[in-house]
Design a protein around this ligand. Structure first.
Ligand code: HEM
Length: 283
């Protein structure tokens, strides 16, 4: 099975040109397989959660907390939904032609690409200066949480830390998303120079054939990777036990009870007061 496609340059050399669309089907299949495997696993998982009685006791002892706790500010929510819309347009414009739906996709694709790029640049600036930049990253400091989560998965009642603002799974997913997202944006911006747009005069000679080939292949690889990642993301967003998180991406807040049930207050401290969290919020 071919994974990459090759062509002859005007000088007769073999150069990479594109990824093979087999990879698109592979990524689609892997995404669907993942959700079937995860859904089956969840039927049997012994995951140890805080019981209702424990959460009741915690709630009784933390009456100082606001009833609604802000999880995502308006700007962060707008960014999320603009990025999601751009991402769907990009995926559909790129892959509908592969499944046989023919239309002039390139124009819609690069316009959505510019929207995605602008939203990411905006988000980096917003997260750096207004939000807690590190609350979403994963590092050695998370090893105790990882161990505790694994033991809870096997039904053990362990005292190790629960998550801060973002559960470990979210943060690992985000890392994969950042790497593939940045790769697709960086390569896409170079590819834009090669196509006809009203923005500037196209320049297909910016790179040699071999470099263009590597750029198209990297863009294609990151693009097919995003197919699987987006399937996994949507799957988790629609799972009933995650609705409280999805709802917070629409409304912006979670309840005090959800906060105490799912988080380690020392790792995501929230100010007392009528309605607000400390400004630890981000997407
Ligand atoms: C979800 C994100 C994206 C996906 C899944 C995606 C996917 C793809 C795919 C599969 C192709 C065809 C590549 C080939 O023929 O080898 C392509 C082409 C292209 N993409 Fe993207 N892309 C994404 C984001 C972007 C972004 C952010 C830009 C930036 C403007 C962009 C600009 C382009 C351009 C200019 C082309 C070339 C069209 C041509 O030469 O005919 N893409 N994309």
């Amino acid at each position: 099975m071919d994974l990459l496609r090759w062509g002859r340059s005007p000088w007769g050399e073999w150069v990479l040109t594109h990824v093979s669309w087999n990879l698109f089907w592979g990524s689609l299949f892997a995404g669907v397989l993942f959700l079937v495997a995860h859904a089956s696993y969840m039927l049997f998982s012994a995951h140890r959660k805080r019981t209702a009685a424990e959460t009741d006791a915690l709630e009784a002892s933390r009456k100082d907390l606001p009833a609604k706790i802000e999880r995502h500010g308006l700007t962060a929510r707008l960014f999320h939904w603009v990025m999601a819309a751009a991402m769907f347009v990009l995926l559909f414009t790129a892959f509908l032609p592969v499944v046989g739906v023919k239309f002039p996709w390139v124009q819609w694709h690069w316009i959505a690409g510019l929207v995605l790029t602008a939203s990411i640049v905006f988000h980096i600036i917003h997260a750096t200066f207004w939000l807690d930049f590190w609350s979403i990253w994963v590092g050695p400091k998370d090893i105790p949480e990882m161990k505790a989560e694994l033991l809870r998965e096997f039904g053990h009642d362990v005292p190790g830390p629960k998550s801060g603002k973002y559960p470990l799974g979210n943060r690992l997913y985000r890392l994969a998303f950042v790497v593939t997202g940045l790769a697709v944006v960086a390569t896409g911006m170079f590819m834009l120079v090669r196509v006809r747009t009203p923005l500037f005069v196209r320049n297909p000679y910016l790179f040699g054939d071999a470099t263009w080939g590597v750029t198209y292949v990297s863009h294609g690889l990151a693009g097919v990777g995003l197919v699987g990642l987006v399937i996994a993301h949507v799957y988790f967003a629609v799972r009933p036990e995650k609705w409280w998180i999805t709802k917070s991406m629409i409304l912006g807040w979670i309840t005090r009870r959800q906060y105490l049930e799912h988080h380690e207050p020392s790792r995501w401290p929230v100010g007392s007061g009528p309605s607000q969290a400390k400004p630890a919020g981000r997407v």
